[in-house]
Ligand binder design. Sequence first.
Ligand SMILES: [Fe+2]
Ligand SMILES: [Fe+2]
Length: 328
Amino acid sequence: MGILGSGVQDGLLLKPITYPWAMDLYNQAVANTWFPNEIQLGEDLADFKRMTDEEKHAITYLMSYFNPNELLVNKALAFGVYPYINAPEGHLYLAKQMWEEANHCMSFEYVLETFPIDRDAAYGSHVSVPSMAAKEEFEVRFIKRMTEETLDITTTEGKKDFIRNLVAYNIILEGIWFYSGFMVALSFRQRNLLRNFGSLMDWIIRDESLHLQFGINLILTVLEENEDLQDEEFAEEIRQMILGAVAMEEQYNRDLLPTGILGLNADYVNQYVKYLADRRLEELGFDAHYNVSNPAKWMATANDTLQLVNFFEATNTSYEVNAQATTN
Ligand SMILES: [Fe+2]
Ligand SMILES: [Fe+2]
């Protein structure tokens, strides 16, 4: 039958498992369960109060971006992924991921409640700052398509819309844009500031690395099972989506870091964004595009990006062959 479908009565029996990777990720996700109030932010509040205005701006800006976007991921999953998946093990994982996104949203609420940040100003930025609003509009466009009655998941175009939404929220939002923010958030700890906030970010990143593994496996599975999606033009469209997302992130980071803080500036963060985009391209079977080194090597030890790359090294799909043909 394949992993895609929309029959409500299908996928009601868990065993036998068709996609063991989804079951594996579910078990890992459950083992990772945590709660924000396990971390005390008292010392971090003292740090925050003595930080410069630019540093406070960066934290406020990150909260402005992360908070609504955690919820936006859930919309992408609820409207665009869950209804079109047949495998119950996929549903189990998605249910856990959706709780995790809710937990991330509540973690950022906890930070907003603890630090003296103007919540209205923080909430307003995702609409009032053009580079932040642009990233949101990009995502919403793909999610909206998944809710239109004209979408038929049994057609090639319907399946392409499914992949487009997956690439938009998983590869781009969770796999590039969020990691760019994680790096800025964790750079405070590199300067011995906001260390407990850093631990909260570590836990979020640990969840996100599983979200990324699930999304990439889902994309590769759908491509493998549907030969009608394996065309060069579609592969190139996906590649261009990712390159376009890097350009959007560059503008966003120039607004986030108008002046340098903590040894960081927009160019430094944007080099990391390009490094990340290359890893995501490779995980999907494309060649790297930017070929830049990782300016934040300490992030590789702070999260499991490298482990993620290894996880997919063994994956070899026919899509890879097609993608290769496009970039050559
Ligand atoms: Fe999240
Ligand atoms: Fe996520």
